[in-house]
Ligand binder design. Sequence first.
Ligand code: ZN
Ligand code: ZN
Length: 735
Amino acid sequence: MDASALCRLSVALDLPAHLALGSVLTYLGERPLAAGTLVRVPLGKASHLGVVVGLADEAPLDGAEPTALRPVDEVLDATAPLNPAWLNLTRFAAHYYQRAWGEVMLAALPSHLRRLDATQWAAQVGKLKRGLASAPATPARPVAMPDLNAEQAAALRAWRAEAGATARPALLFGVTGSGKTEVYLRVVADALAAGTATAPSQVLVLVPEINLTPQLEARFAERFPGQAIVSLHSGLTPVQRLRAWLAAHTGQARIVLGTRMAVFASMPNLRLIVVDEEHDPSYKAQDGARHSARDLAVWRAQHEGARVLLGSATPSLESWAHAQNAGGVPMAGRRVGELAGSGRYQLLTLRERVASAPLPQVRLLDMNAPAATADESSRLIHPVALAALKACLARGEQSLVLLNRRGYAPVLHCGACGWKSECAHCSAWRVFHRTDRTLRCHHCGLTHRVPRACPECGNLDIKPLGHGTQKLEEQLAALLAQAPTAHGGPVRVARIDADSTRLKGSLQAQLAGVHAGEVDVLVGTQMVAKGHDFRRIRLVLVPEPDGALFSHDFRAAERLFALLMQAGGRAGRAGPEADAQSDATSELIVQTSFPTHPLFAALKGHDFEAFAAATLTERAQAGLPPHSHLALLRCEARTQAAAMAWLNAAFDAGQALLDQAAAPGVSLCPPVPAAMARLANVERAQLLVEAPRRAALQAFLRDWHAALHATSAALPQEVGRAVIRWAVDVDPQVI
Ligand SMILES: [Zn+2]
Ligand SMILES: [Zn+2]
């Protein structure tokens, strides 16, 4: 070792928070290493993967003598270091979401990388290079591009008009079936064509669900033959994910398709990010840093000289407000955040469906009406809805019945003593699954055989209450058993939900069955409503949407509206060939006890803009996002009392900071138990922070977060021992 070349390196690691070491430690290197270099370093007795973030020669050594520093184990330098833009992205995300930089960085790298030494890493890199060299080059056969309609062409022109450093993020607002994907394909083609031989462009396309990647991948492969396309999502094996990540990192993958984790893909020549269904809640992570992939995509594009296109038929109100011209959103005289009507996003609109397939007619059925309350089956399926289902069968058309509750019945109940199938570990009921006669908690997984008799009183007559998709499937089959079908055989009812698609490949197989016309009535959860094209479906029935109208969560109605619009979009989403065969209009039937609710009026008119305007006004009056910014401090403990005691101390610490007027406008709500107060034997409580401006919220969170460690330490031991973990959720999606 040449002592004169020795240097001190700052290395970011994923360290457990309780070590309170921060996430950047100093090690001794034999030579200076560029920031972004992957290394293995010793910590305790183990060797850990880390990322060099700089030379630490200027940094204080915390009293440690240089000789006391441990040397780097080895350097994984078979590929170029992670680039400065990627380091910036992860540092920003860590800062914004109140996490350690090392944690965010290491979580963004493929987990398999943690298990490789330098030799194994070099072998993987070599394998990738050889694989690319030997892969038969797909001949670039000419692809017939469909003609754009006038709106698509106008959207593309407007997008191109904003090229350059001043280009804004764009929101493509297009009704389902309006051909958003074709616009994505065109802007991707533009971005790929703009690259150079030495720096070929890369494009990142985000989708909300893994299940949507195969059909999109096929579409991109067809349009861009000969371009390397990889997918990044949690359904890959660790080795598959490593290879896909590596292809992106080396610049060889030109198109990366992925779910929210892919927003952190290392892409040295990133030119464009497309976020499809940008409103989808699954873009917000519910663990780790709880980042929003959509929001980070916008930030990333702006900081890497790339462009970003968000697309949706029902944009999130945050994005929608950004895309309205200043003053375009009613403010109701309140002070508003920087989001509302800011004109920060370019708005591209597609109002027409391609091939002029009409939007489905929306019919509301009043479940308070006498016809709907006559008997049990009418309370489940309104007679008018049943007649519509039968008419579909007679015409040989498919229908979709959407119920967002899987299982047979949400709870089992004893009429004699009132026992219910409560979960022993959660504040939730265990769901009755009839197929395997089990009671399962959908939150912690606790599963038992269904008891023969009531466990409390021995009564043999225990009954399912309410219904899930399994029971709905059974009841629809019974209600339609005698109905004549166009194919002459008995009615074929099928179900697609998380239970029916547990096995790998089973969803694709079931969808193929639907596409092939082997199903007459499809029962499904929101999994089916999202993104899948069903050309033969002419009727969508939503029997029970009302729960979301009066939820404690202010975003529930927004999510319901998006789901109903999306579900309706499944109906009659026919390609030109199917349209030529049938001129029947498709229909969306919604059963509700609140038919005059404004949400349904907007739905009837397919009027997202009216819904958005009304909801934004309500949000402004209530001071809710996007007119304000929120964070949740969540605490998990062994007892509810400890969680509340901890949060009360945190509240006091926060209030003390606010009394020093450090962050104008920030306010704290008193702690409350979480909506689901107990999960897998862990008690949960939370405290909401509100601020009119993002900057004020961020400033407060930084100071508060720093103070919370001291607050924790000062609490009585029994509280400290009972608290399991706490974390800040910035911009929470579920309250
Ligand atoms: Zn009982
Ligand atoms: Zn449970």
